[in-house]
Design a protein around this ligand. Structure first.
Ligand SMILES: *[C@@H]1O[C@H](CO)[C@@H](O)[C@H](O)[C@H]1NC(C)=O
Ligand SMILES: *[C@@H]1O[C@H](CO)[C@@H](O)[C@H](O)[C@H]1NC(C)=O
Ligand SMILES: *[C@@H]1O[C@H](CO)[C@@H](O)[C@H](O)[C@H]1NC(C)=O
Length: 182
């Protein structure tokens, strides 16, 4: 057997086996700015691997999702080797989410004897923390403001009315008292 035949056989075998490695990840997920998100990814292969590697890229731009990339500096946590090899998980966690973290995250797995396989990508949407929480207080503030303004006006009218009444009382008693003094 010459080297070419060997190479052909190898590519044939690895080509066939490559079909067995399937990388799965959820289609989309949502998380809040400032919080963290777990991006799930798993793979299946017919044989249990002893070594292997995985990585994530973010689109657009094919940015490597790792601590050494400026964009993700110190914010990426990877699963333990054991979880990768035994549980076949290739999850990552991204901490302290920024609004610009929104995008398509693709998980890639490489195992010996297999061609590297990519997942279809998880679309991460990073939402503002204020979106759901500060809307009611805003409405409450408006309501309180309207109430206060109403009270203020009612009080103002009341004060004017009271003042007018007092004035009339005063002039009446003055008028009433005038005959006796005269
Ligand atoms: C990825 O997308 C392709 C095309 O839509 C689909 O056939 C395939 O099943 C998907 N793979 C996974 C792991 O969901
Ligand atoms: C791998 O996953 C795919 C899709 O989920 C499935 O069709 C296939 O049977 C799985 N293969 C193995 C070896 O578990
Ligand atoms: C990335 O950096 C953070 C903070 O220093 C650390 O906790 C984490 O383990 C690092 N991730 C990896 C994959 O080394």
């Amino acid at each position: 057997m010459d080297l070419r035949t060997l190479y052909l056989m190898f590519t044939l075998i690895s080509g066939v086996r490559a079909q067995d490695l399937v990388v799965s990840q959820p289609g989309s997920t949502e998380a809040t700015e400032g919080e963290s998100v777990l991006l799930r990814c798993s793979y299946n292969s017919t044989s249990r691997p002893k070594v292997g590697s995985y990585w994530w890229v973010k689109d657009p731009g094919q940015v490597a999702v790792r601590n050494t990339t400026q964009e993700f500096m110190g914010r990426v946590i990877a699963v333990k080797d054991r979880a990768f090899l035994v549980d076949r998980k290739a999850d990552i966690r991204i901490n302290d989410l920024r609004h610009y973290d929104s995008g398509l995250y693709r998980c890639a797995v490489k195992l010996p004897g297999f061609r590297e396989a990519f997942g279809n990508g998880t679309y991460l949407r990073v939402v503002k923390p204020s979106a759901g929480i500060s809307a009611p207080p805003d409405n409450y503030m408006v309501l309180i403001w309207i109430l206060l303004r109403g009270l203020f006006y009612a009080f103002g009218i009341g004060a004017v009315a009271l003042g007018t009444c007092l004035y009339f009382e005063k002039t009446k008693s003055l008028n009433g008292a005038s005959p006796s003094t005269w």
